[in-house]
Each structure stands twice: as structure tokens, then as C-alpha cells.
Design a binder for this molecule. Structure first.
Ligand code: KIV
Ligand code: ZN
Length: 510
């Protein structure tokens, strides 16, 4: 294998564009740490001009990453976007500006209202403008998958001459067939001078369920970078799933003459982390990271696997880190054991935060005999959610049953430390609890989704609740909460969503 395929992860940019998946800076930093453990080559950290939050995330991720990966900031082919990206990347050790525009007939005619000549002119301008501010400039030819071959080659030639170091060929709408997309990449390889001197990237969407196949067709025909997201998160039906493309390249390295530097043992953890932070559950039969990916249920299969796993298993769970917790903490585990396990999981905290986490860990370990890695991750995420919370849950008491009237008494503390206590009845215990929250927080919202899942194994497992709440302008806010009691997790999740809605309102009003 001679060709290194760079992996550009765009979970924090394209992935975040999935409806309801917006993340705050702290959450993005947690994911960025995991991307570093995976050893991706580049992290697309955001679209700085789009909001102050995105700008800050790019800055903070650049600080965190240091020289361990390139940090990529997205822009349109607009000078002020490029200025903003350059400002957000200031001080970054390996900055990359990712700029570009649509190149398909539909984008030129209906979205940009420009002629092909004007498109080439704008492409050249944005690359030159960005090159004045940054040495590493990636150009994207949006909707390349539906563009004319000759015109695409003309644009790619022009941006390479203008100084692009990476050229990204996206199948923005996931329209292409893999063979055809491969031919498109081959055509560029054969018709663009100087293409060997740049990184040729593919960025494929999953609208026909073929994003991974498209990306691999790109690799087979000369692409040297794949853009992807954890769990295939992304616009509409999503993006190429990193876990799929990395494992496919690993299993077919000889025929593709390719390898990546991604550490596959970090894949499962990355998948769980992104699912827990975004609230996007992974379907059980999802390749590589689904709950059933290594489950053999039929008798014939079980018989085969018992004789030799390879009869029905092309990847061992250990290869992708799906072995579950090896070290289990209990109420007898000390401060040092917790710190060491958190270190192993990639978290580092100051002593003050560790003390708080240790207290929470002891409370959890008192209720739950064994604390798994998944529980620790949930505990850390829960603590992170509390840091900037506007309202925090002080206490909740619920009575329900047959023929009782479900009643909740709840106390919330506001950011000034003032307690508020109310009591409400409802159609069920969660409804009653949510009514008490509504009475105190008093913000217009609709519950648009509710799901609960168990964080780890056993009857005493933590229940993690994810809610989707629709705000006044139809914007969706995700809230999460975990606890051994699912009424408490449900209330924490609802409160988390409302806290986010209030924070977003304050940010917009600034
Ligand atoms: O899908 C797409 O074309 C994109 C570009 C902005 C790279 O996400
Ligand atoms: Zn995209």
C-alpha cells in the first residue's frame, strides 16, 4: 500500500447541519478530542462567519488541536467569509481555509445566477484571496456530482493555477452512481494539469444510501482525501460515515492500494460520544457501530461463529473498540482510580472539577453496583451540561400509579441561585414534571420528540433521555439528561433543551 488517504472529519461542520444536531463549543471540544484520538488528518471545525458561536468554536478547536491535525474553516466564495475564517484560524498551527461555490448547471442558473465564465472568475478570485491569508486553501466545487465533466475540469484547472492546495469534489446531493462518480474523478486525474501536486478530495452525501460506495469509488480512481462524519451525520440523509470508509479501506487495502492513519480502536467510542452529544441515536443495524453489528442471532450463524468467528464476522469487535468496558469502577474505587480511568478515556480535568465528578461518581456507584465507561461518559456529559445551565434541577418528587393522579413537586434554582418550587398534576408523571418546569421557566415551546435508551448494561443501568423541543421560530433544540430514574432523566433533558433555547435567544439578542 503506497497511497495514504487523508481523512477530513466534518462532524463538527456538515454533521452539525443535521436538523436538531447543533452543538455548543464545549460539546464540540469533547468531540474534537476524540477526533484527535482517532488520528484524523483534518478537522473541519465550523463556518466562522455564520455565527459568533461557530467563530469561537473554530478558535478554541484550533487551540486544542495544536499541530496534531489541520483545522479547516468553511467559507462561501465571499471575501468577508474568508476574512472571518482567517481571523478564526489566527494562531492555528495548521490552518486551512475551505472556500468554493456551486459548479452544476442548476447551481449556476438557479442559485448563483451566474454564467460559467463568472463561476470560474469567482472560483479563482476566492482561492487567490484566501491564499493571501493562508498557505493551505481547499476549494470545493459544490454539486460537482451533477456538473458537466469538461466544465468541472476547467474549474479545477483554474483553482489549481490560482493556488489551491486541496480540491474537493462533492456529490452534494448524493445523486451519483459509484461507477460514474469514479469515472468523474478519473477524468479529472487525466485532464487536469498539476492535479498530482494537490490533494484531491471527495465529499459524498448519502441521499441514495451510497455515500461510502461513492467515496470508495473516488479513492479507487485517484482521490487522496475522504471527507466524512462519525455515524454518517450530515445534511438530509447524511454524509459518508467515517467508520465505514475507514474499515472498508482497511479490509481492501491491497486492491485500493491505500491506507489511512485512523486508529480503528477509537471508532466505537467516537460513535457513542457523537450519538450521546447530538442525541441522534444510531440504528441497531448500522454497519460497524450499530448495536447489532456484531450480534449473531440465528442458530446456523451462532454455530458457525462458535466454530470460527470468521465464518460470519469480517471484523472483530475488538478491532473497532467494541469490546465494552474492561475496567469497571465501583463505590470502593478511589479518586485516583477515577482520574486514571477518565485519563484513559481522553478526559482531563482540573482538581476542582475532578472533586465534583468524584462526588457524582460516588452517588452513582452507591445506586449502581458497577460503573462502566459508558456511565462515566454520561456522567461527564451531564456535568458539562450543568456548567452554563440557567436553571438547574434541585429536587423532584413524583407520585403516580393506579388510581392516583400523577403529581410532581419540583424545585429549580435559577442562575442567581434563587429557588423556585411548584407543584402540578398531569396525564402521567413526566407530563406532570414537565408542567412544573413550564410554570417556572415560562417560555413558549413544543415537545417535538422524546426517546430513552439505556446507557450501559443491567437492570440498574442509567437511562439517557433525549428530547427535541421546538422553539418559537420553529428551531429545534435538543436536550439530554441521564439518571438511574427515567423521570429524573426526562426532566433534566427537558430542562437542558429549555436552557439551550434561552441561551440561544440571549445570543441572538446581543
Ligand atoms: O456537500 C457539500 O457540497 C458541502 C460543501 C460545502 C463542501 O458540504
Ligand atoms: Zn456536504
Amino acid at each position: 500500500m503506497t497511497r495514504k488517504i487523508a481523512i477530513l472529519d466534518t462532524t463538527l461542520r456538515d454533521g452539525e447541519q443535521s436538523p436538531g444536531c447543533s452543538m455548543d463549543t464545549e460539546e464540540k471540544l469533547v468531540i474534537a478530542r476524540q477526533l484527535l484520538r482517532l488520528q484524523v488528518d483534518a478537522i473541519e471545525a465550523g463556518f466562522p462567519v455564520s455565527s459568533p458561536g461557530d467563530f469561537e468554536s473554530v478558535q478554541r478547536i484550533a487551540e486544542l488541536v495544536g499541530d496534531r491535525a489541520s483545522v479547516v474553516a468553511l467559507t462561501r466564495a465571499v471575501d468577508k467569509d474568508i476574512d472571518s475564517a482567517a481571523a478564526a484560524l489566527k494562531g492555528c498551527i495548521r490552518p486551512r481555509i475551505h472556500t468554493g461555490l456551486g459548479v452544476s448547471p442548476s447551481h449556476l442558473r438557479d442559485k448563483l445566477h451566474i454564467t460559467p465564465d463568472e463561476c470560474v472568475e469567482r472560483a479563482v478570485h476566492c482561492v487567490k484571496y484566501a491564499r493571501n491569508l493562508c498557505d493551505d486553501v481547499q476549494f470545493y466545487a459544490e454539486d460537482a456530482g451533477r456538473s458537466d465533466y469538461e466544465f468541472l475540469a476547467r474549474v479545477v484547472q483554474a483553482v489549481i493555477e490560482a493556488g489551491a492546495t486541496v480540491v474537493n469534489i462533492p456529490d452534494t446531493t448524493g445523486y451519483s452512481m459509484p461507477d460514474e462518480f469514479g469515472r468523474r474523478i478519473r477524468f479529472l486525474e487525466e485532464h487536469v494539469d498539476g492535479i498530482d501536486g494537490i490533494t484531491l478530495s471527495v465529499h459524498c452525501h448519502n441521499d441514495l444510501g451510497m455515500a461510502t460506495a461513492l467515496s470508495l469509488a473516488g479513492v479507487a480512481n485517484g482521490a487522496t482525501q475522504v471527507e466524512c462524519t462519525i455515524n454518517g451525520l450530515g445534511e438530509r440523509a447524511g454524509n459518508t460515515a467515517m467508520e465505514e470508509v475507514v474499515m472498508a479501506i482497511r479490509l481492501h487495502d491491497a486492491e485500493l492500494d491505500a491506507f489511512t492513519q485512523v486508529d480503528p480502536r477509537e471508532i466505537t467510542r467516537a460513535s457513542r460520544l457523537v450519538s450521546s452529544i447530538t442525541g441522534m441515536n444510531v440504528q441497531a443495524n448500522k454497519a460497524i457501530v450499530g448495536a447489532n453489528a456484531f450480534a449473531h442471532s440465528s442458530g446456523i450463524h451462532q454455530d458457525g461463529v462458535l466454530k470460527n468467528r470468521e465464518t460470519y464476522e469480517i471484523i472483530s469487535p475488538e478491532t473497532v473498540g467494541a469490546w465494552g468496558s474492561r475496567i469497571i469502577l465501583t463505590a470502593r474505587s478511589g479518586h485516583a482510580a477515577l482520574k486514571s480511568r477518565l485519563d484513559d478515556l481522553g478526559y482531563s480535568f482540573d482538581e476542582g472539577t475532578l472533586d465534583i465528578l468524584y462526588q457524582r461518581f460516588l452517588e452513582l456507584a452507591d445506586r449502581k453496583k458497577e460503573v462502566y465507561d459508558e456511565d462515566l461518559e454520561s456522567l461527564v456529559n451531564e456535568a458539562a451540561r450543568d456548567v452554563d445551565a440557567i436553571y438547574t434541577l434541585e429536587s423532584l418528587q413524583v407520585s403516580c400509579g393506579f388510581p392516583l393522579i400523577p403529581t410532581a413537586t419540583l424545585t429549580l434554582r435559577d442562575e442567581a441561585g434563587e429557588p423556585h418550587t411548584v407543584c402540578e398534576v398531569g396525564t402521567g408523571p413526566i407530563d406532570a414534571a414537565y408542567k412544573t418546569v413550564d410554570k417556572i421557566v415560562s417560555i413558549r415551546s413544543d415537545l417535538a420528540g422524546f426517546s430513552v435508551k439505556s446507557v450501559s448494561r443491567g437492570i440498574d443501568a442509567l437511562g439517557e433521555v433525549t428530547v427535541r423541543v421546538k422553539g418559537p421560530e420553529g428551531r429545534i433544540f435538543i436536550g439530554r439528561g441521564s439518571d438511574g430514574d427515567i423521570i429524573v432523566s426526562s426532566t433534566k433533558a427537558y430542562l437542558n433543551a429549555l436552557n439551550r433555547m434561552i441561551s440561544a435567544g440571549r445570543l441572538a439578542a446581543r
